[in-house]
Design a protein around this ligand. Structure first.
Ligand code: AMP
Length: 186
């Protein structure tokens, strides 16, 4: 099963992606996690990405696409996967489609978790207090939401046109959202 999880920051997609990947025994690939790891290690990619991440801006497409391409071509994703946090722009979605075409694979579904703006700001602020993530102050949270609306929301229509988009209401308990996702994957 090859899946993409979509949703605004704070929609719970990261948490759900981990749980669903574990349940289906497929790979969970989070570009946010990969980037945070690169920043921590101080790799060339991490050094380039850090400033964008701190501001809640997107890291330039070419850096991200290269990172994902390595994964796709290495065969790590051959037995199914959930992409979490990628694609985030139309050029990323198009590149992904090309990469898959070359590797004779395809996405089965794009799952969109829907959550209201008010709830998102509340959740991100809560997470900031708990985890002290540098990109989770309120101002940065609002910027991330704005960036999502401007740059990432258009890919929802991209996948709708490809007839693989499914919406799941993300404003419920973690367990109920998890069950709802599994149901649409049956
Ligand atoms: P996340 O953990 O998915 O919220 O990602 C944290 C940060 O990493 C984002 O705010 C971006 O700065 C960067 N990032 C993660 N994935 C991408 C992507 N696909 N394209 C561009 N930037 C990304």
């Amino acid at each position: 099963m090859n899946l993409v999880f979509l949703g605004p920051p704070g929609s719970g997609k990261g948490t759900q992606a981990v749980r669903v990947a574990e349940k289906l025994a497929i790979v969970h690939l989070s570009t946010g996690d990969m980037l945070r790891e690169a920043v921590k290690k101080g790799t060339p990619l991490g050094r380039k990405a850090e400033a964008y991440m701190k501001k809640g801006e997107l890291v330039p497409d070419e850096l991200i696409i290269g990172m994902i391409e390595d994964k796709v071509t290495s065969g790590d994703l051959n037995d199914g996967f959930i992409l979490d946090g990628f694609p985030r722009t139309i050029p990323q979605a198009r590149s992904l489609k090309d990469m898959f075409r070359k590797n004779k694979t395809a996405l089965d579904k794009a799952i969109l978790l829907t959550v209201s703006d008010e709830e998102i700001i509340k959740r991100i602020k809560g997470r900031a207090e708990q985890e002290g993530r540098a990109d989770d102050t309120e101002a940065v949270a609002r910027n991330r939401l704005e960036v999502y609306r401007r740059q990432t929301a258009p890919i929802v229509d991209f996948y709708r046109r490809e007839s693989i988009l499914t919406e799941v209401r993300g404003e419920d308990t973690m367990d109920n959202v998890f069950k709802a996702i599994l149901k649409v994957l049956e």
